[in-house]
Design a protein around this ligand. Structure first.
Ligand SMILES: Nc1ncnc2c1ncn2[C@@H]1O[C@H](COP(=O)(O)OP(=O)(O)OP(=O)(O)O)[C@@H](O)[C@H]1O
Ligand SMILES: [Mg+2]
Length: 266
């Protein structure tokens, strides 16, 4: 892992730390006492089967969903709205405003209260970096899926986040569009942005991850160096999934709320 902690201006412990995170809904425990430390400059990939809780965990880490129990800390303090402005998230299904490409960028910057000149400067740079300059005046909603994803990543990066959370940023995209997005993310990493990516693609996980957390039924079954988790998974869940044996039996834990967790990692 590269030591770019200093680049983010934070040299303490974990940039983001979650302890005992629990999220329950409709009598089901969907996130089951998750602990995780994300260090500044780390490239963390989260993998796991459909319904394992990856998107929900990202939302909890971004402060969009309040946990039923547990804490999320940003630089050792409670993750509040101000801290959340230092993160940016790209959702699994990005929502574009009914405006032009450039207006979508500018709106995200206006929400962060940047002045007009700074908004224009950052939008122009984001359009150039994402190679969307020719499409700047097009309505964002008529862009192709790949172009919209590129815009979603560009919009997030224009906010100059310290941490970028990406939920399956290249699902359903062709190799060229995937590469374009990975290049944007790679450049952000080189600038010191801490990047958390959810993906189902082991090859992408290898390209974008220093560390991999494998989720199973709302818990982290295994976390470690990317090569170690991908090549020598220790948890039965990661092993089964990577070998293609874990198919549809992925309903989140249906134990009654409050019931003691059994050994979820085995
Ligand atoms: N806010 C919520 N309220 C109630 N249930 C939720 C909420 N968010 C997610 N869930 C449920 O939690 C479970 C995990 O959902 P999540 O979207 O995190 O899965 P995932 O691992 O991202 O799956 P996929 O790979 O399909 O995207 C699902 O059963 C989902 O319906
Ligand atoms: Mg998801």
């Amino acid at each position: 892992m590269r030591d770019v902690a200093a680049a983010s201006g934070f040299t303490g412990g974990a940039l983001l730390a979650a302890r005992g995170l629990v999220f329950e809904a409709d009598g089901r425990r969907l996130i089951d006492r998750v602990d995780i430390d994300i260090r500044a400059g780390c490239r963390l990939v989260i993998m796991g089967a459909n319904g394992a809780g990856k998107s929900l965990l990202l939302r909890l880490l971004h402060g969009l969903v309040a946990p039923c129990a547990g804490t999320v800390q940003w630089k050792g303090r409670r993750l509040d709205r101000a801290a959340r402005n230092h993160q940016a998230m790209v959702f699994q299904r990005s929502v574009m405003l009914r405006r032009s490409v450039v207006a979508n960028l500018e709106f995200a910057l206006a929400v962060r209260r940047l002045d007009r000149a700074e908004r224009a400067r950052r939008s122009a740079r984001a359009l150039a970096n994402a190679r969307l300059g020719d499409l700047a005046r097009r309505p964002a909603r008529v862009l192709s899926a790949g172009e919209q994803q590129r815009l979603a990543v560009a919009r997030a990066l224009a906010c100059a986040p310290e941490m970028l959370l990406l939920d399956e940023p290249t699902a359903n995209l062709d190799p060229d569009s995937t590469l374009a997005i990975e290049n944007l993310v790679g450049e952000a990493c080189r600038q010191g942005v801490t990047v958390v990516t959810v993906t189902h693609d082991p090859r992408q996980a290898r390209r974008l991850g220093d560390e991999i957390a494998f989720m199973h039924r709302g818990d982290i079954a295994e976390i470690g160096a990317a090569s170690s988790v991908l090549d020598r998974p220790r948890s039965p869940a990661a092993r089964a999934w990577l070998e293609g044996r874990l198919a549809v039996d992925q309903a989140p834990c249906e134990t009654p709320m409050g019931k003691e967790k059994t050994d979820a990692k085995e």
